[in-house]
Ligand binder design. Structure first.
Ligand code: SF4
Length: 197
């Protein structure tokens, strides 16, 4: 297992070990009442994301966050020159977000996927599933870390001196975004870095 400047090499990625071990994350919609990632960031939608959207948009349209009619890609995407982003609704949230009665912010793509027993990560744009992790750098040298500003959101808390163990919420993020094999390799790399043979 390679460790490069505090980063663990897994497959073609370098993982910022200190950042990830210092993150406690809980994706809980009740925490989004006052500040939600769906309202703060522009969500870039790449080619693979658009394929997922095309497959799940019809189901999401009929949920409260939908338009009450079958939405098409033009309803939800906006071209901004460098690519497509998701449009916002009148409350400044992603137009696929909706509020439950208690004020929680929910995602209609996520809810529609659950209704179909489909993992939400197969329905939502990849940057939604990645939050609050970040992916930077060129292909083959991509760095997995944490988004700047992540700790300004109530779903993220700093976690001290737990290395080499990842918080369960962080481990789940890694599994959902990179696969169970990647998570196992990362956990082995973290243990080896903490207690070299
Ligand atoms: S697609 Fe869903 S998770 Fe992503 S920004 Fe919109 S509401 Fe939030």
């Amino acid at each position: 297992m390679n460790t490069i400047s505090g980063h663990i090499a897994v497959a073609d990625y370098l993982v910022d070990a200190d950042a990830l071990c210092g993150l406690e994350h809980a994706c809980d919609p009740t925490l989004c009442r006052h500040k939600s990632c769906c309202g703060v960031y522009d969500i870039w939608v790449g080619a693979e994301d658009r394929e997922r959207l095309a497959e799940h948009l019809k189901d999401a349209s009929t949920l409260p966050g939908g338009a009450g009619r079958s939405m098409d890609m033009h309803d939800v995407l906006r071209w901004v020159g460098a690519g497509y982003i998701l449009r916002k609704n009148k409350d400044g949230l992603c137009m696929l977000a909706y509020r439950a009665e208690d004020g929680s912010v929910l995602c209609s793509l996520h809810s529609a996927a659950l209704q179909r027993n489909c993992p939400p990560c197969r329905a939502k744009p990849s940057s939604c599933t990645l939050w609050p992790l970040s992916l930077t750098g060129a292909a083959g040298h991509r760095i997995v870390s944490i988004q700047p500003g992540a700790f300004e959101f109530p779903c993220n808390r700093r976690r001290i001196s737990r290395r080499p163990l990842l918080h369960l919420g962080t481990a789940t993020l890694i599994r959902d975004n990179f696969g169970i094999g990647f998570l196992s390799a990362l956990e082995a790399g973290l243990k080896e870095a903490a207690d070299p043979p």
